[in-house]
Design a protein around this ligand. Structure first.
Ligand code: NI
Length: 171
C-alpha cells in the first residue's frame, strides 16, 4: 500500500464530475487500499477518489472510533436512492480543506446503492454520522465540496481562515 498525495481546494479536479467505474478488478482494489491507507494516515473518516487526483466514482469511509476496530467501507459507483425528509445539521471537515470545519445541513438518513470491494451490489441505509460521511463523499464525486453548501458569507470567512492556516503550516 502507499500513501497518496492529497489534492486540495481549489484544485480543479475537485470540481469535476467523476467517471463511473466499469469493472471492479485488482487494479481498482489496489486503488481502494491506497485510498484507505491515505485516509487513515491523514486521520480522515472518508476519502473520495478525486481527492487523490483520480476522477473515478469511488469512496472509502471508516467512522469507527480510534479505540475501536477499523471498519472500512468501500463504495464503488455509489448512488443515493432514497433520502429522508428530516434534515440534520452537523459539523463537517474535509481533507481537501485542511484545518477547517463548518456546520452543514443534510438529510438525516439516506439509502445508498453501490458495488463493494468484490464488485458485489450492496444497499445500505445510513443514519447519523455515517449518513453525513456518505453524503459528503458522494458529493465529491459530483464536484461538490461541503463549503459549496455554506452561505456566501460563511464560505468567504472559511476560505480566509484556510488561507491563514496554510500560511501558518507552510502549505
Ligand atoms: Ni471531503
Amino acid at each position: 500500500m502507499a500513501k497518496l498525495k492529497l489534492f486540495e481546494y481549489p484544485h480543479p479536479i475537485l470540481k469535476k464530475k467523476a467517471e463511473k467505474v466499469q469493472k471492479v478488478d485488482d487494479e481498482l482494489r489496489k486503488l481502494l487500499d491506497d485510498m484507505l491507507e491515505t485516509m487513515y494516515a491523514s486521520n480522515g473518516c472518508g476519502l473520495a477518489a478525486p481527492q487523490i487526483g483520480v476522477s473515478k466514482r469511488i469512496v472509502v469511509i471508516d467512522i469507527a472510533h480510534e479505540d475501536e476496530e477499523p471498519k472500512p467501507l468501500y463504495m464503488v459507483n455509489p448512488e443515493i436512492v432514497w433520502q429522508s425528509e428530516e434534515k440534520e445539521i452537523s459539523e463537517e471537515g474535509c481533507l481537501s480543506v485542511p484545518g477547517q470545519r463548518a456546520e452543514v445541513e443534510r438529510p438525516a438518513a439516506v439509502r445508498i446503492k453501490y458495488l463493494d470491494y468484490d464488485g458485489k451490489e450492496q444497499e445500505l441505509e445510513a443514519n447519523d454520522f455515517l449518513a453525513v460521511a456518505a453524503q459528503h463523499e458522494i458529493d465529491h464525486l459530483d464536484g461538490v465540496l461541503y463549503i459549496d453548501k455554506l452561505s456566501r458569507l460563511k464560505r468567504q470567512m472559511l476560505l480566509k481562515k484556510l488561507e491563514k492556516y496554510r500560511k501558518e503550516h507552510n502549505a
